[in-house]
Design a protein around this ligand. Sequence first.
Ligand code: AHR
Length: 503
Amino acid sequence: MNQLKKAKMVVDKEFKIAEIDSRIYGSFIEHLGRAVYGGIYEPDHQNADEHGFRKDVIDLVKDLQVPIVRYPGGNMVSAYDWEDGVGPKEERPRRLELAWRTIEPNDVGTNEFVDWAKKVNSEVMMAINLGTRGIDAARNFIEYCNHPGGTYWSDLRKEHGYEQPHNIKTWCLGNEMDGPWQVGHKTADEYGRLAQETAKAMRLVDPSIELVACGSSNSKMPTFPQWEATTLEHTYDEVDFISLHQYFGNRDNDSENYLANGLEMDHFIKTVIATCDYIKAKKRSKKQMYLSFDEWNVWYHSNQADKQIDPWTIAPPQLEDHYNFEDALLVGSILITFLKNADRIKMACMAQLVNVIAPIMTENEGRSWKQTIYYPYMHASVFGRGVSLKPAISSPVYDTKDFTDVPYVDSAVVYNEEQEEVTIFALNRHVHESLEFSIDVRSFEGYHLDEHIVLEHDDLKAVNTVDEQVVKPHHNGNAKLDNGIIQAVLSNASWNVIRLSKR
Ligand code: AHR
């Protein structure tokens, strides 16, 4: 019989990376496809609440414990007039939505979205239009949202039925402004200057806000990372975060290579950190720039189908990726990568949340259901709160088309001191072989093993449907704790959550 490959990890509660900002488990709702209309909002649905929001979707979102949701775009925001989405619904205009070539009815806008976010216990991360608009629209918008009253825009909010200010804290200064596809695409200097002056005006209205400058649309952009350097040259003193976006796809059907993309993610993050720190050094600044990875996911299954969609309809089924099991594994690996970089990544948004490249799917007038990627996202969000610990991992490695020395085992550890809980997230990237994993947790005296949750499936291409959840976690993992050492066999291609507590 062949011996199983072995991997080892040592964890010590004193080896801290950082306190995890829970906002790394954020998500995103764009006015795109069926995310809003038919997704979170469907007034004629049998499960709709008094505001037209689907209660079945609210429940699924609440189970994910999503702390912050980015809104309203995405590409859509670069030609969006926020004024279209407030006030009496019957007076709101229908517009051509240029990013996705649909019709936007504006039945949902800022106030409705703030209401919805409260229902799912989330904050709003609001993006402003720096494509077709600029300082003036931004300063008016923040006055409308955050100023208590007694001025034109804040009183208009009150007239619209919102007596109290929304106090939206987090604002994105545009979206993917480096991308030639963006309406109002800019050079880094054009964008940097505009973002700097817009940030200044917005902070004059409300000094308590935090601001995110646009980084590159992905790590393969020809202007990356010069875009970040130039943008930060202009905005370093005005903003708190620089954004990162990245999507993956197994287009060559090379699963070993695909599952190694956590390394690409890590490289991207480290390059952005280096660029931030270079500008910090250049400016002799003491300020630390943080990272907002505010769009990430798998996105490729729907690319062909989207080409068949006719333009200028309301809420067509755009970007409806049906995720398989290997996509869930990669999502797990991405979440592990965020935890390992918890000292610099303080926000991240899975893009997106409902129907559009999403963990949650709905039928119009029908049921809602969980995609494969729902599960690792939920595990990380629910159990991954506390301090991220630095794991010392030694694992056998493999090479692929794009990567060398890819560890078969990827892992992150979260210590929740207050609850006296430890959670180990571990991925076995080996698509054929199980692996023996031993974890030294001797620094956690008096802890015992609560559970070992496993997401596994024989078929990497297995998908969930509205009728059948073929990919879902079970709680029958084999991890054992003895004398401070956990021994577990991680089955081939598996996502594992091993939980300890002192209780
Ligand atoms: O999330 C889908 C799209 O991806 C967003 O609108 C855009 O920002 C990115 O290119």
